[in-house]
Design a binder for this molecule. Sequence first.
Ligand code: PLP
Length: 393
Amino acid sequence: MIMLNEQYQDLTPSYLFAEVARRAAAFAQAHPDQEIIKLSIGDVTRPLAPAVIAAMHKAVDEMGQAATFHGYGPEQGYDFLRQAIGRYYQSFGVELEDDEIFVSDGAKSDLANITDLFDRDNKVLIPDPVYPVYVDTNIMNGREIVYLEANEANGFLPAPPDFEADLIYLCSPNNPTGAVYNRDQLKAWVDYANRWGAVLLFDAAYESFITDPDLPRSIFEIPGAKTCAIEFCSLSKTAGFTGTRCGYTVVPQELVFDSMSLNHMWNRRQTTKFNGVPYVVQRAAEAVFTEEARAQIRASIAYYQENARVIAAGLDRLGIAYTGGVNSPYLWMRCPNGMGSWEFFDDLLQKAAVVGTPGEGFGSCGKGYFRLTAFGDHDKTVEAMERIQKAYG
Ligand code: PLP
């Protein structure tokens, strides 16, 4: 009889967003005249930039002509896009070879698939609270996970521990806490990984929200990172590609352990199990890196950043402690009056008809915290903060 991967039984049910939706729907039914405002949206809401749309239209037309039609493309991505990504890295001082850049259908798939390259017996270090994909993919593979507490004392940015680990996940700017590692803090992680021969899996999905020029956008801005880090990035939050799907993963050539190259292994993995991102999408992605599109995209990001500023100002007025919201679309607040995450969720819904995300859904260290996001409509965000002021002021 077939034997299944029993590790799936070790997964905790991912009920967070379903439960949020269920409670919001129950409230809506009981209060049909009250408009619920969602500060829980993790998806972008601004449309694709006109320059991106123009490039996508042109590519669609090319697909309709025999002379310019494209069938299977390179699994690693077209050169035109790999080079555009390479030039983007150069703009903040990081030199990459084209063959170190792998185009993907988004960061989530690559963050999950990268586990193919590592033995089950590696010890995995994951900060808590966390983007749940890191945890669940390693549970599926049966790996030992050690959690690193992200808390107010360490600014939600855990430092390397005093014990050995093999595979370390870092996300900066962080989902859910909005905290961002500075250069010195990342250098400590790079030194730790190089000392133990460990690999850092660095998730830079929110790098485009960084406005402080002193904060690193890429782990490869840190000396020594090319011998210990893989970086995952995405156009989802940068350019509104959550539904269009395109990201990229950087696997340096220097990542060689026991004479095995992680770059070659990832190349082999991708050419075996992945057939590339659609041509049309890659042309749209290429356009993201043009001057014209970058200006348009900056306007969308500025829109979200203004929302984040409104939320932060509201929390400041109430004297509620929070992190994030400056170089990140997320704000991570302590629930007022010592409430638990779900208790505050219900209280906020009842008193203000505002929905956020209970922190404990991101890990046990999220208990007593709450995530608010800047991805909503501006006027609604302003109204939500007015309602919160009335309810808790
Ligand atoms: N990494 C983090 C931290 C995220 O929050 C998300 C999406 O919300 C992703 C990766 C996934 O990005 P993508 O849409 O490129 O799969």
